[in-house]
Design a protein around this ligand. Structure first.
Ligand code: ADP
Ligand code: MG
Length: 467
């Protein structure tokens, strides 16, 4: 059966609105719908790369939009071809149907769906565990100041045969590498000691399995399953909040495992003490091991990640472009990676060079969201408020510790959070020399290492200024 062109036109219009002109031209325009049969629409695209890209990035959206136009459409198949041949071969097609693994708007599901399957030793616990992303290894994790502690703790847990910190609780904002570190621990343990049963699960999946067991009146084997694992990792435990019975079960499973000397690794977007909806007992139990925080990334770390990523993609990216991205996309490593991938893919497909102009043009949508330039005035104002000093003291000559320290903090934050040079920062702080600024930056770095409550202050200010 032929495809209804009017439906496709309406789908295309929506895609253009949602993804923008540039993405539309690169990805949607070349698509040729060929046939529609038994609720399945077949799309032809010119290259394998496009097939994979469209499948993961646009497939689910195309499917959803098309079903909206015509409810009989349930599946989309993308194949390589000119659109003239009618039959797809199994080696070249990719099917998008309504199943969770390919709901490609969720980057995590997408990453998992795309990950190559590792073969070799049979994996104990595999039937309980969610799949691991092959790219999320320790080697692929770029270490910098903001994550070195969490990294070291994760490494320790992965490398020691005995239980080291129990539980290891990793927390930090979205896209800072919690899931990456957990997968890395799992890979490492599976490689070092294949006999140990490692189970990695999202908190949602854990709850889902539990609720299903309840419904099937099979909670005994559910518990047995979990209680026989050596290493249990549960990602995003903030999602356990609230659900009473599940929390209770989680608590018991947790205690049983800890008592038997099994290793637990948990992650959340907040520290245990800030997980408001979790009961007190569970909360204090969560905090009873080692709690390691992934801090917001610094400019240096973002540059490092871009370097590593560019190398993986086998592309040269001009330093200017990397600096531009590291400045502009500061909150979330996933978005940073996404931006780079988009640039590289565009250049590979359409040709040309990666330049500052192409970056600005292709990433308009992303950049607009992040383009709230933080000024040094803003930093000075917030820091002055925080330490209860006058804003004029940011540029005054007073040297008393009570004003000098906050001033140094503001200089440090100006260096970390803006793209200003040392001399520019010096000028904004009452015409000080760039060596004074450099000294301030070092001083604050030393102090944050030595004094954890001071480090917390700086952290808090950073988060506030970045939000
Ligand atoms: P979270 O679980 O904290 O939300 P993820 O672990 O899913 O974040 O990380 C988001 C993306 O960023 C992943 O693709 C991950 O590989 C990448 N990423 C985060 N931090 C780093 C890092 N330090 N080095 C390399 N990649 C990183
Ligand atoms: Mg995660």
């Amino acid at each position: 059966m032929v495809v209804n062109e009017a439906e496709w036109d309406r789908v295309k219009t929506r895609l253009k609105q949602e993804f923008g002109e540039t993405a539309f031209k690169s990805w949607v325009k070349p698509i040729i719908p060929t046939t529609m049969r038994d609720g399945e629409v077949e799309l032809a695209v010119p290259t394998r790369f496009m097939r994979d890209w469209i499948t993961t990035h646009y497939g689910e959206r195309i499917r959803a939009l098309w079903s909206g136009e015509n409810p009989s459409v349930r599946r989309i198949t993308v194949k390589v071809g000119s659109g003239n041949e009618m039959k797809a071969t199994t080696t070249t097609e990719r099917v998008i149907s309504e199943k969770p693994a390919l709901r490609s708007m969720d980057p995590k599901a997408e990453a998992i769906a795309r990950a190559p399957v590792r073969t070799g030793v049979p994996t104990p616990g595999a039937e309980l565990s969610a799949p691991l992303d092959a790219r999320y290894t320790f080697e692929n994790f770029v270490v910098g100041k903001p994550n070195e502690f969490a990294y070291a703790a994760a490494k320790r847990v992965a490398e020691s045969d005995q239980v080291s910190f129990n539980p290891l609780f990793l927390y930090g904002g979205v896209g800072l590498g919690k899931t990456h570190l957990m997968h890395a621990i799992a890979w490492e343990i599976r490689q070092r000691s294949p006999h140990r049963k490692v189970v990695y699960l999202s908190a949602e999946k854990f709850m889902y399995s539990f609720v299903r067991a309840l419904r099937n009146q099979d909670t005994v084997s559910f518990k047995e399953n979990f209680r026989s694992v050596d290493v249990l990792m549960i990602d995003d435990v903030q999602f356990i909040s609230g659900k009473d019975a599940t929390q209770e079960e989680f608590f018991h499973t947790f205690n049983a495992l800890v008592d038997q000397g099994r290793q637990l690794v948990l992650s959340a977007d907040k520290s245990p003490s800030n997980l408001e909806e979790i009961g007190d007992r569970l909360r204090s139990r969560l905090a009873s091991g080692l709690v390691a925080d992934l801090h917001p990334t610094t400019f240096e770390l973002r540059l490092g990640i871009l370097d590593a990523k560019a190398e993986q993609l086998g592309t040269q990216v001009p330093p200017k472009v990397k600096e531009f991205l590291a400045h502009k996309i500061s909150s979330n490593v996933r978005e940073l990676e996404g931006a780079l991938t988009r640039l590289v893919a565009h250049v590979q497909l359409v040709g040309g060079q990666i330049t500052l102009e192409t970056a600005q043009d292709l990433l308009q949508d992303l950049l607009r969201a992040h383009d709230r330039r933080l000024s040094m005035e803003e930093i000075q104002k917030r820091v002055a408020e925080h330490f209860k000093i006058r804003i004029s003291d940011m540029s005054s000559a007073r040297r008393a510790r009570a004003v000098a320290r906050p001033r140094q903090v503001a200089m440090y934050l100006s260096k970390q959070l803006t793209s200003r040079s040392l001399p520019e920062i010096g000028r904004a702080f009452g015409g000080r020399d760039h060596t004074t600024v450099m000294h301030a930056v070092r001083k604050i770095e030393e102090l944050t290492k030595a004094d954890s409550s001071f480090a917390e202050d700086v952290e808090l200010l950073t988060r506030m200024l970045e939000s």
